[in-house]
Design a protein around this ligand. Structure first.
Ligand code: SF4
Length: 333
C-alpha cells in the first residue's frame, strides 16, 4: 500500500507553494491556514503572508492589527493570534529556530498533535503520522475500521497504527494521504475508487461498502444567536466598534448590533434619521449559527459610545479587520 501511494503521489501531487521549499515555517503557516479552509482560498493569503512576513522573527514582531488585516477573510482569527504568540515563544525559547522535538513543537500555542506531526514529518523527515479528517476517512475505509472517527481514542489508535508502517519518505507519505483525501477519497460525494492507487487493497472497496465508512457519531447542534446589525451612516462615515471580551472574533471590528431593534424608539431620539430594512443573512461558524437582521440608518449625528468610532469606507477596507460575518453587509452601504 505504501509503495502504491508514494508512486501515485510522485505523479499526481498538487503543486503548492510551500512544497517547493518545505521549511518548518512554511509548513507551519500552510498547515494553520489550511485548517477548516479550502486550499484554493488559502493560496493568495499564503503568498501575501509570506511576502510580508517571510521569517519567524517577522511574524513575532508584526503588530496585531496588521496581522489580523493579513488574515482578514480567512476566518478563525485566533489561529493568527496563536501563531504570533508561538513565533514570539520560538524567538525567546529556541533562539528563532523552529524546534524539531515533538514535545517542544506541541508546547507552542495553536499547535496540536496533527500539526506537530505534519511539520515534523514534512519539514524534518521525522516519522510522525499526521492524522486529520482526511486520514481518518481514507484509512477507516481502507481498513474497514468501525470506530467513531469523532472520538479522540480513534485518532490516537489511527496514529499509532500508521506510525508502524511509515516509510522513510514520511513527508511524502503524509502529503500523499492529504492529496488522496482531497481529490480521490473525497469527503462529500462518491469517492473515485477506480482511480485510487489503494483500491486493490482497500477493504471497503473490495467489500462494496465504501458508503458505510467512516463511522461518525452525530455532533451536537450549533448554538443559534439572533441579532440585528445596524449600518449607521453619518456624513459618509460608518459606526464600527472593536470586539472586546468575546472569545469569538476578539479584537476584530464589527458594525453595531443589538438583540432587538425598534425603529420608532430610534426615531424618537434621532427624528431626522432615515431607516431602511436590508437583507437578512445567516452566518455559520463551527459551533454557532448567527441569524443577522439588518437596518441601514442614515443620520446627521450620532452619540458614540466609548468603544465606537466613525470611519470612512476606505479606512474600513484598508485599516480595520472585519470578519466576513459583518463585512458581507458592506455591499449594503
Ligand atoms: S478505494 Fe475508494 S474508498 Fe478505498 S481508499 Fe481508495 S478512494 Fe477511498
Amino acid at each position: 500500500m505504501v509503495e502504491e501511494l508514494l508512486k501515485w503521489y510522485a505523479l499526481h501531487r498538487r503543486m503548492l507553494p510551500w512544497r517547493t521549499n518545505p521549511t518548518p515555517y512554511a509548513v507551519w503557516v500552510s498547515e494553520i491556514m489550511c485548517q477548516q479552509t479550502r486550499i484554493e482560498t488559502v493560496l493568495p493569503y499564503y503568498e501575501r503572508f509570506m511576502n510580508r512576513l517571510p521569517t519567524i522573527a517577522d511574524l513575532a514582531q508584526c503588530p496585531e492589527e496588521e496581522l489580523l488585516k493579513l488574515w482578514e477573510g480567512l476566518g478563525y482569527y485566533s489561529r493568527a493570534r496563536h501563531m504570533k504568540e508561538a513565533a514570539m515563544d520560538i524567538m525567546s525559547r529556541f533562539a528563532g529556530s523552529f524546534p524539531s522535538d515533538f514535545d517542544d513543537v506541541l508546547s507552542l500555542k495553536g499547535i496540536g498533535v496533527y500539526t506537530a506531526g505534519a511539520i515534523l514529518s514534512i519539514a524534518f523527515g521525522k516519522k510522525y503520522a499526521a492524522v486529520d479528517g482526511n486520514v481518518l476517512r481514507v484509512f477507516s475505509r481502507f481498513w474497514m475500521d468501525d470506530h467513531d472517527i469523532a472520538s479522540e481514542e480513534t485518532k490516537k489508535n489511527m496514529k499509532y497504527r500508521l506510525e508502524q508502517i511509515l516509510p522513510d519518505a514520511v513527508g511524502d507519505f503524509n502529503q500523499a494521504i492529504m492529496d488522496l483525501g482531497a481529490t480521490i477519497c473525497i469527503p462529500n460525494g462518491i469517492p473515485l475508487c477506480e482511480k485510487c492507487p489503494l483500491s486493490s487493497e482497500c477493504q471497503a472497496y473490495q467489500n462494496s461498502c465504501v458508503s458505510d465508512y467512516p463511522r461518525k457519531s452525530k455532533t451536537s447542534a450549533k448554538k443559534e444567536i439572533y441579532m440585528t446589525v445596524l449600518l449607521i451612516e453619518v456624513h459618509q462615515r460608518y459606526v464600527i466598534r472593536k470586539r472586546e471580551d468575546q472569545t469569538l472574533l476578539k479584537g476584530l471590528y464589527e458594525f453595531v448590533h443589538v438583540d432587538e431593534f425598534s425603529p420608532s424608539a430610534f426615531l424618537e431620539k434621532y427624528p431626522s434619521a432615515k431607516i431602511e430594512r436590508r437583507t437578512s443573512r445567516v452566518h455559520i461558524f463551527t459551533h454557532q449559527k448567527w441569524y443577522m437582521d439588518c437596518y441601514y440608518i442614515c443620520c446627521d449625528h450620532i452619540d458614540l459610545k466609548d468603544n465606537e468610532k466613525l470611519v470612512s469606507k476606505e479606512e474600513l477596507s484598508e485599516k480595520y479587520s472585519m470578519p466576513k460575518a459583518f463585512s458581507r453587509f458592506l455591499k449594503e452601504l
